[in-house]
Design a protein around this ligand. Structure first.
Ligand code: AQP
Length: 333
């Protein structure tokens, strides 16, 4: 069955292994299925929910597009564009904000994590970010949204918002209720320094993540320094309970090798972490270095990247512009 795919990545720098295994690798597989219509968005409006440097943001937008292409998304098949070029996203977000109860947003755990202790100082944008995400998805009638496990709650909110809009305005099925596509096999990659914390672009420690632009030496060094525990590797999944760092490294190995955790445990059960780390560094290097080299090549070709983004924005505008006009009609504008 053909799927309409929409997903996005924030151009906030340091794209990492979590973004790749949780989302981008999945985007590539979906792009490669001829039946699918895919739209991959550099969600720059989301990026400004926290302060960004102007020049850095421009570079990061291009680098995110370069990462999509270097990872294997074909811009001739899938639409690649940056969100701020298509006005409908912000307009749709406002209309949806006006019918989304605050109570629904108050439940979002990512806001609580990102805003930290000082919620009063967090931007309103950070608080209403999930509504912008809903607008992104719903404007394209997306049937499926590939995301990492951490975005599951936001996607559930998108589904609720679509259903509420259809009910409030008596327009059954106008906004399509999308399905999340979350990889079953390790869709939440944790920090290499703390197995309880998500691998994240904004972690101040570069050793906490494998960046998609890292060199082979950096990958080897980071895996070597990754936190483990003092027990040997078990051969059963249950014995990974309360061993988050061990679980994370074994999960990363399983995910990058496209095999089940069970198979990885059979391979490494009883061995030392140094054995796992050697193999892991090797397979990560073989998968990440070609992407890293291609990102570095593409990033120097600003004209090419800008053209991809502009062409993509024109195509996206055709779809989202039409949907927003229909939305306005339904609301009564
Ligand atoms: N650690 C992760 N494991 C699995 N998937 C992840 N994703 C992000 N981190 C992990 C998935 O990557 C896609 C793009 O994410 P994003 O850039 O839009 O936003 P984010 O989730 O806020 O990413 P970061 O790295 O955590 O950034 P900062 O540090 O800026 O907050 C999404 O599908 C996400 O699920």
């Amino acid at each position: 069955m053909s799927k309409k795919i929409f997903s996005g990545v924030q151009p906030t720098g340091n794209l990492h292994l979590g973004n790749y295994l949780g989302a981008i690798k999945n985007f590539v597989e979906l792009n490669n299925d001829k039946q699918n219509e895919c739209i991959f968005c550099v969600v720059d409006l989301h990026a400004i929910t926290v302060k960004q440097d102007k020049d850095q943001l421009k570079n990061n937008i291009r680098e995110t597009a370069a990462t999509f292409i270097a990872s294997g998304i074909d811009p001739n098949k899938s639409i690649i564009f940056n969100q701020s070029k298509v006005y409908a996203h912000a307009e749709g977000s406002w209309m949806l904000s006006c019918m989304t109860p605050m109570g629904w947003l108050n439940r979002m755990t990512q806001f609580k994590e990102k805003a930290g202790k000082d919620k009063e100082k967090a931007s309103v944008g950070l608080y209403i970010y999930p509504i912008l995400m809903a607008s992104d998805i719903l404007l394209y009638d997306a049937t499926h949204v590939p995301v990492g496990e951490d975005q599951k709650q936001h996607l559930e909110l998108t589904r609720d918002i679509a259903q509420k809009f259809n009910k409030d305005f008596n327009c059954k099925d106008f906004l399509k209720v999308p399905e999340p596509l979350i990889k079953k096999n390790f869709s939440r990659i944790m920090s290499l320094k703390n197995g309880l914390k998500k691998m994240s672009k904004s972690d101040p420690s570069d050793l906490s993540r494998i960046n998609l632009t890292d060199s082979e030496d950096e990958i080897i060094n980071k895996i070597k320094k990754a936190k483990t525990d003092s027990l040997p590797i078990p051969n059963e999944e249950q014995k990974l309970k309360d061993r988050p760092e061990a679980e994370n490294l074994l999960g990363i190995y399983s995910s990058i090798s496209n095999q089940s955790l069970d198979k990885t445990l059979k391979e490494f059960g009883g061995k030392n972490f140094s054995d796992l780390k050697n193999e892991l560094a090797e397979i990560l290097s073989s998968k990440i270095i070609p992407i890293s080299n291609e990102i570095k090549r593409l990033i120097n070709d600003e004209k090419y990247l800008d053209k991809i983004l502009l062409d993509g924005a024109n195509k996206a505008e055709q779809i989202a512009g039409k949907k927003i006009e229909e939305m306005k009609e339904i609301i009564g504008f």
